[in-house]
Design a protein around this ligand. Structure first.
Ligand SMILES: [Fe+2]
Length: 266
């Protein structure tokens, strides 16, 4: 099964900039590249920070833009999003019984569990008892299945102080307590970091990729303010099979790939 992950769109209306770049143009380029090269993907998961400023008008404009994406897409929200405004514009997006934007996407290979880690008004994330209860119920009903988790905020430190400060504060160990007994979490896909990072957390592999607009520099000294830069944006092409998980990061605006011409076979 083939998935696409895109993250941290920080979308604003046409002609507006965020950190010196145009998110709407970038999202259109990303969608065009996916439609051209990966229209056969089964799902596209958008892992939060859908918009930069969380007004209803911005979500409406985002909705119009996403209409052109030919792969079925599913949302997480991030710290730049507003749960209520998002849900007003995307009312068909499933949520749990408490209104958190959490859902399960059933696939032939396994279950994709999309978690809501947003604490309104804060850049750091949380995963409260109500949300944990929902996950506990979902995992209990999925004992025979492989499970893939999707979250905006990493539940662990990655070693970059400015980002560690705004990770899933306090709740990483609570989350692990819920998932640990099940032994069926194959991979965790994350956003929020605006950098490519991979590794494992308590034995569970994870991957994080760059955003669609600005990125965060490889800076181990920054602490209070998260710096931004213009490294190239990426989307991920993910192949899920029962025995393996493969994650490719593709810099869709990197001009250096253009001289490449596939050789025809003799
Ligand atoms: Fe972001």
């Amino acid at each position: 099964m083939k998935l696409i992950q895109i993250t941290d769109l920080h979308y604003v209306n046409s002609g507006q900039q965020v950190h010196g770049l145009y998110p709407e143009e970038r999202l259109k380029s990303c969608i065009s590249d996916i439609n051209t090269n990966h229209a056969d993907a089964d799902h596209c998961i958008i892992t939060g920070d859908l918009v930069h400023n969380d007004s209803i008008e911005t979500y409406e404009s985002l909705r119009d833009c996403l209409r052109t994406l030919s792969v079925p897409y599913h949302f997480l929200i991030g710290n730049h999003d507003n749960r209520e405004n998002f849900h007003q514009v995307f009312p068909e997006t499933p949520c749990d019984e408490n209104g958190f934007i959490q859902s399960v996407v059933d696939t032939a290979v396994g279950r994709l569990m999309l978690l809501d880690t947003v604490e309104h008004g804060q850049n750091w994330g949380t995963y409260c008892e109500k949300r944990r209860k929902w996950l506990h119920v979902q995992l209990a009903a999925s004992r025979e299945r492989i499970v893939y988790l999707f979250m905006h905020h990493p539940p662990f430190k990655i070693g970059l102080p400015c980002l560690d400060r705004i990770r899933l504060i306090n709740d990483g160990h609570h989350l692990h307590k819920i998932i640990e007994p099940h032994k069926n979490i194959q991979h965790i896909f994350l956003g929020h970091v605006h950098r490519p990072v991979s590794g494992s957390w308590k034995g569970i592999p994870f991957s994080i990729l760059r955003g669609i607009n600005h990125q965060v520099p490889f800076d181990f000294k920054a602490l209070e303010v998260v710096p931004k830069n213009h490294e190239p944006p990426s989307y991920a092409v993910i192949f899920l099979e029962p025995e393996q998980t493969i994650v490719h990061f593709y810099n869709f605006l990197d001009n250096s790939v253009y001289p490449y011409e596939p050789k025809s076979r003799a």
